[in-house]
Write a protein that binds this ligand. Structure first.
Ligand code: G6P
Length: 611
């Protein structure tokens, strides 16, 4: 959460920072601000989205060649101008931005208050900043030294950028737990939470590691560890195009990303799946095939939509590989002293690769000797780097806050993994294996066919957009899709929605059914079809509105449903990659019909880098 940008070099810093903040707004949009250093240190900040900051600065002197900027997802202190970053130190000498949480801030604040410091915000950031300022003044040390001393006393997560009024060329940066990328230009440097603000200027970047400190000047990048030893920066070449982070003619990132799925799923399968030869090539899986094949248990850890992908994977891996699978919320897993035995494998799923809970859960499991397999979208991200092995989903940058194309990418990777392990383990017949490879190969085309009928979903969305609640029901492989459908609708349209296993609905949610309640079913033709038909009857008998995702050619379901949307036939293992698409479209069209900001829904952030 929170996006940070910094620039030092010959360009005007403000336009670089402003554009960067707009690209990072998916990380939080409660407030934003910039600190610019020319002869003077100017700090401008504003509650609300970056556009509001931009408007408030029209006509102001924003000329500078060094600056830092921040877009905030509030943790300590409500969204307001005064809690917005950057913060200025009491001496007025330093400005700082921060992504993360300082857990022991109250203790540090108490000491500072005793020394006479006054605070102008409710943030933990202002406390850390004054703590650094205090060390610098008392020890007469350089800013770099003061930061290093301060961070040794800090408990929590951070990525911080500081500028010093008395040093008009240098940005000091440090990270632990929150991401930081430094772009290397010719006589200039760019700093950001991810590569999107940098890509336009340079493709050479350094991913800063935890407990590293960077001293960044136009012509110089020095990396040190917290013990003050120099670290050689490892330069990575970005494999990302500017077009991938722009809307490309669509009104919103969310709809662009939904419609990109035939291509992103194809990109994910490409080079890995060869249905003619009957092979799956995944080097990460191959390198750990013995551990995966012989795993006593697979533990999947993730959050949000990625957790739903994990639930689908549980069904697939247990069915195909006959390995027991447990799926855990990372935030629960990390705090409950889980039992991890020799022979357990952890699969961590994450779009951003930066989710704090997932990252810490991985670290904990690693300490207990588990093997970590990462299924990650963001290349070079912290989770990708913390994993022993992994497979990227190759969905490209996902910018809409609600995850769409990353989910289908995750399913594609996890299905290929399961097939590969099952084949090696001989828990799948040759015939079923080959059939499933052919089925997987056909997914991009089938998703394309679904998207061609998007207008039908729009009509359904118009019809039910004003309902205050909704129920999503599914069984088997499609139960997690029901959860995902409910999550999408909640996130994007603010309609209260619950996802449930269709049969379990009788144990509670059925009490909510009235003739006003839309109940969305995944009723595709699979081994649960007859059962789900009965569940539809049960809702119909209570006058609920039934909207069903059905398989092309099904003539029974439409007789029970008020509205249907047909998707192509597919093996039930593959079906979730198709059945989720109408639900993604539904939430998008409902959100649009209600005039909401679908790319930046209320209170959410895409990359949750605080626990
Ligand atoms: C946030 C996002 C979700 C995402 C979840 C997990 O809540 O809004 O779309 O599913 O984080 O993020 P990750 O990057 O780990 O998949």
């Amino acid at each position: 959460m929170c996006g940070i940008v910094g620039y030092t070099g010959p360009r005007e810093a403000y336009p670089v920072i402003l554009k960067g903040l707009k690209r990072l707004e998916y990380r939080g949009y409660d407030s934003s601000g910039v600190a610019l250093l020319n002869n003077d240190l100017q700090v401008y900040k504003k509650k609300g989205k970056v556009a509001e900051l931009e408007e408030s600065l029209i006509g102001k002197n924003v000329s500078a060649h060094i600056g830092i900027g921040h877009t905030r997802w509030a943790t300590h202190g409500e969204p307001s101008d005064r809690n917005a970053h950057p913060h200025l130190s009491a001496s007025g000498r330093l400005a700082m931005i921060h992504n993360g949480i300082i857990e022991n801030y109250a203790l540090l604040k108490k000491d500072l208050v005793n020394k006479g410091y006054q605070f102008h915000s409710d943030t933990d950031t202002e406390v850390l900043l004054n703590f650094i300022d205090d060390i610098q003044q008392n020890n007469n040390s350089t800013l770099e030294e003061a930061v290093r001393i301060a961070l040794k006393r800090v408990v929590g997560a951070y990525c911080i950028l500081l500028i010093d009024r008395q040093d008009p060329e240098t940005i000091i940066a440090a990270r632990k737990g929150s991401p930081l990328v430094i772009g290397i230009g010719k006589g200039e440097h760019f700093l950001a939470s991810d590569a999107s603000p940098i890509i336009e200027y340079t493709k050479e970047v350094v991913y800063v590691n935890d407990y590293e400190l960077a001293i960044v000047r136009p012509d110089e990048l020095i990396l040190k560890n917290i013990g003050n030893e120099k670290v050689t920066p490892y330069i990575t070449k970005l494999d990302m195009e500017l077009a991938a982070i722009e809307k490309g003619g669509y009104d919103h990132f969310m709809v662009k990303e939904i419609f990109e799925q035939p291509k992103t799923i194809y990109d994910c399968l490409r080079g890995r799946l060869d249905s003619t030869a009957g092979t799956i090539t995944m080097s990460g899986v191959q390198n750990y095939i013995e551990e995966l094949k012989n795993a006593n248990r697979i533990l999947i850890i993730a959050c949000g939509t990625s957790w739903h992908a994990g639930l689908v994977a549980e069904y697939i891996i247990e069915e195909l590989c006959r390995i027991p699978v447990e799926v855990e919320y990372a935030s629960e897993f990390r705090y409950r002293n889980p039992i991890i035995n020799k022979g357990d494998v952890i699969i961590a799923i994450s779009q951003s690769g930066e989710t704090a809970d997932t990252l810490v859960a991985i670290d904990n499991a690693k300490e207990k000797g588990a093997i970590i397999f990462g299924v990650v979208n963001a290349v070079g991200s912290s989770i990708a780097r913390a994993s022993h092995a992994g497979a990227y989903t190759h969905a490209g940058p996902e910018i809409g806050v609600a995850s769409t194309k990353a989910f289908t990418g995750q399913l594609a990777v996890l299905t290929m993994m399961a097939l590969k392990i099952a084949y090696e383990k001989k828990t799948i017949s040759d015939e079923r294996y080959k059939n499933l490879l052919i089925e997987l190969d056909a997914v991009p085309e089938k998703v394309d066919a679904i998207l061609k009928n998007a207008e039908e979903v729009k009509i359904i969305a118009e019809k039910y957009k004003d309902c205050s609640d909704a129920l999503f029901l599914g069984r088997g492989y499609n139960f997690p899709v029901a959860l995902e459908g409910a999550l999408k609708l909640k996130e994007i349209s603010y309609i209260h929605a619950e996802g449930y296993p269709a049969a379990e609905m009788k144990h509670g949610p059925i009490a909510l059914v009235t003739d006003q309640l839309p109940v969305y079913f995944v009723a595709t033709k699979d081994s649960y079809h007859e059962k789900i038909i009965s569940n539809m009857q049960e809702i119909k008998a209570r006058k609920g509105k039934v909207i069903a995702i059905i398989t092309d050619g099904d003539t029974v379901s439409p007789t029970l449903a008020d509205d249907t949307f047909a998707i192509p036939t597919a093996d039930e293992i593959i079906a979730p990659m198709l059945s989720v698409i109408p639900f993604q479209l539904l939430s998008y069209y409902v959100g649009i019909a209600k005039g909401l900001d679908v790319d930046k829904p209320r209170n959410l952030a895409k990359s949750v880098t605080v626990e």
